[in-house]
Design a protein around this ligand. Structure first.
Ligand code: NCD
Length: 359
């Protein structure tokens, strides 16, 4: 069974095909109106969401299918202590495909171990968000006409922002991508992404702490919200919450065809005065999310019918180790810990579920 847990679960070719399929859906919407007749999507959302859940819902409805699910874990048996894997076994009796968002990192991967239907990660903690990545790729493609030869600035909360982690993983597979990481020291990109993704793929990156000096070189500016809900220390959040604000003055320093993306919701990081600038692509990006999720669900359901399999690197089971991340599924539910040997750090094992270090 094929699932989408990490952006790299799809090859570059498959990713490009899904982006192209989304573009075809945009051009010929009525041709797709019946493609999922009789199919059901279950949206299992353990964490708040507006766009992602409604985008999945409207995507399945536009394909002629139906949607069941919950948008608040308090309304499900989770509140009675049911595990993710048991909930998934139950949902398998009702639905053909699952979209899951969870605050626990690795929960969607744990779901795939028991699921008889495709599982889509709709965001797990601060770890990954691969359908936002497909949305971002489609948006960059439509705004700039290409997915290679780009300088992309990532600005804001690069530490907890799962959309940033996933988009960097995806972009590392395209040619001639340079990334500029604009963040205060407290919100820098996790070092495992710098070493295991950027260094390993030879992707050019640099870290800066001001926006003005880099604005003129960017093709894409990816703004993010400081992820309040992930901070343990509230004072630290207060200190960094308004670290970078995009306004009309900064936009005047940028290229005339730069695209501004933001996964939304925004708080203070983009002033409303930017919204009318033709380069502000973030509301168009929301609509792209629906089309790309239509394309993704079509593909996953097709693959499920053909029973298509994908080769994955074998995970080494490392007895005696546990994951160092308290918010990993292996530390919150009875799920077997699994680790990969790090490709760049000697004697380091990383958790297969959340990529934290083994201890
Ligand atoms: C993002 C998320 O949930 O990670 N939102 C989204 O899915 N569009 C970004 C965020 O919450 O800041």
């Amino acid at each position: 069974m094929r699932h989408l847990i990490e952006p790299t679960d799809l090859s570059v070719q498959e990713t490009n095909e899904i982006v192209a399929l989304a573009e075809d859906i945009i051009a010929h919407r009525d041709r797709y109106a019946d493609r999922c007749r009789g199919k059901k999507l279950a949206t299992l959302f353990y964490e708040p969401s507006t766009r992602t859940r409604l985008s999945f819902t409207s995507a399945m409805m536009e394909l002629g299918g139906n949607v069941i699910g919950f948008s608040d874990a308090r309304n499900s048996s989770v509140s009675k202590g049911e595990t993710v894997q048991d909930t998934v076994r139950v949902i398998n009796c009702f639905a053909d495909i699952i979209a899951m968002r969870h605050w626990v990192e690795g929960a969607p991967l744990a779901a795939t171990q028991v699921s008889r239907t495709p599982v889509i990660n709709a965001g797990d903690g601060s770890h990954s968000h691969p359908t936002q990545t497909l949305t971002d790729l489609l948006t960059i493609k439509r705004e700039l006409g290409r997915l290679d030869n780009l300088t992309i600035g990532f600005c804001g909360d690069l530490k907890f922002g799962r959309t940033v982690h996933s988009l960097i993983k995806a972009m590392s597979r395209y040619d001639n991508i340079r990334i500029v990481l604009i963040a205060p020291p407290e919100l820098r990109l996790p070092s495992y992404i710098k070493s295991e993704v950027c260094d390993r793929c030879g992707m050019d990156y640099r870290e800066v702490d001001d926006m003005e000096s880099v604005m003129p070189e960017l093709d894409v500016l990816y703004m993010t919200r400081v992820q309040k809900e992930r901070f343990v220390d509230e004072e630290e959040f207060e200190r960094v919450k308004d670290c970078f604000v995009l306004d009309a003055r900064k936009m005047s320093m940028a290229k005339s065809d730069m695209a501004v993306l933001h996964p939304l919701p925004r708080v203070n990081e983009i002033l409303q005065e930017v919204d009318d600038d033709p380069r502000a692509a973030y509301f168009r990006q929301v609509e792209n999310g629906k089309f790309v999720r239509m394309a993704l669900m079509l593909r996953l359901l097709e693959w499920a019918e053909k029973d298509s399999l994908v080769e994955r690197p074998a995970a080494e089971q490392s007895t005696g180790h546990t994951c160092s991340n308290p918010r990993c599924i292996t530390n919150t539910e009875p799920v077997e810990p699994l680790f990969h040997a790090s490709q760049t750090e000697p004697d380091v094992y990383r958790c297969v579920y959340c990529e934290a270090i083994a201890k």
